[in-house]
Write a protein that binds this ligand. Structure first.
Ligand code: GLY
Length: 330
């Protein structure tokens, strides 16, 4: 009998059998089962933190008209990137300790196409540059000056991303001369946004200005496919927020997708990934990490190390915030 569990239950991560074409074909057959199709909640878009509500609205405009998940995820996170009052993403992001705003972003579609930029300066919408890397080059990631040069060649406008508000915050930080970046629910961190469109296709986008007052050149998890974001159209999609170094160490988003492949719900998969973060780090001081996942059935869930992580879900009926479950209190 075809069950939901059977559909997403493939062999364990690392088994070559997972990737055989016969296995993938049988999955596709299961998806086209009419009862399952009826049960799928689509379209749907989910995204991290309170800024996700506004981003979801932009994505929904596309999804509700039958548009693609890829267009929806790009349009959604661009809203957050262009918001000068958001100090953790795009324009207005807090700078590194040298006063430079450096942006990281990646995007991935339902056909495993992906693109990323890291340590990109002076360009307001790194997600759109990442999409250009995906669509117009044979590469996955461009960084630093090369990424900027590519963006300018593609017609992106040079913009000063350091707003007066962020400049003042940086100057105050310099006076105190501390190097203590803290990522928590006040800083609101990365936007990761995942969408499932009317055709049942998944895409994801992830974008951030990274850890405030980081060393110049530091790159977090957000532009790294498999860490900050991963999409497998036969299973689901996941993204991460929080301390990027901890997410990279466990290949966070890829692990969440593989756990869903093995039958876990989105929430349980995110919880297990958080458990790995907790297990692999002796010092959990200020080590906030949150995962958000969306499976092929339009089911979503999130989980974080500390209390405070939340995410926004937009369905046909509402756009609402959900408080994620967590491993511990601050
Ligand atoms: N998660 C964002 C960063 O660590 O840069």
């Amino acid at each position: 009998m075809k069950t939901r569990r059977n559909f997403i239950k493939l062999t364990a991560l690392g088994s070559a059998a997972v990737f055989t074409s016969s296995c993938l074909t049988s999955e596709k057959e299961n998806v086209s089962d009419s009862k399952l199709q009826k049960d799928i909640k689509k379209p749907i878009v989910v995204s991290t933190w309170n800024h996700g509500l506004e981003a979801n609205e932009a994505s929904w405009k596309i999804l509700s008209k039958g548009g693609s998940a890829l267009d929806a995820v790009e349009a959604g996170v661009k809203i957050t990137e262009s918001d000068p009052n958001n100090t953790s993403v795009g324009l207005g992001g807090l700078p590194d300790r040298d006063g430079k705003v450096t942006l990281d972003a990646c995007i991935m579609d339902h056909e495993n196409n992906c693109g990323a930029v890291a340590c990109l300066q002076d360009i307001e919408n790194p997600i759109s540059v990442a999409r250009k890397v995906m669509e117009d080059t044979q590469h996955v990631m461009l960084v630093g000056e090369g990424a900027k040069q590519f963006a300018l060649e593609k017609g992106f406008k040079e913009t000063n991303l350091l707003t007066e508000k962020s400049k003042q915050a940086w100057e105050k930080w310099k006076e105190e001369s501390k190097y203590q970046p803290v990522i928590n629910s006040e800083n609101h961190d990365t936007i990761g946004l995942l969408a499932l469109d009317e055709n049942g296709n998944l895409s994801g986008a992830c974008t951030t200005s990274g850890m405030a007052y980081k060393l110049h050149g530091r790159v977090g998890d957000s532009p790294i496919i498999g860490a900050g974001l991963f999409v497998d159209n036969e299973v689901g999609a996941a993204c991460a927020t929080g301390m990027g170094e901890a997410v990279i160490r466990i290949a966070g988003s890829a692990i969440v997708v593989e756990l869903m492949r093995n039958g876990m719900s989105p929430t349980d998969a995110c919880k297990e990934a958080v458990n790995r973060v907790v297990k692999k780090h002796k010092d959990l001081t200020n080590l906030q990490v949150g995962f958000l996942a969306l499976n092929k059935f339009g089911e979503s869930g999130g989980y974080s190390v500390y209390a405070g992580f939340n995410y926004a879900i937009h369905t046909a009926t509402q756009n609402e915030m959900i408080d994620a479950k967590y491993n511990r209190e601050w």
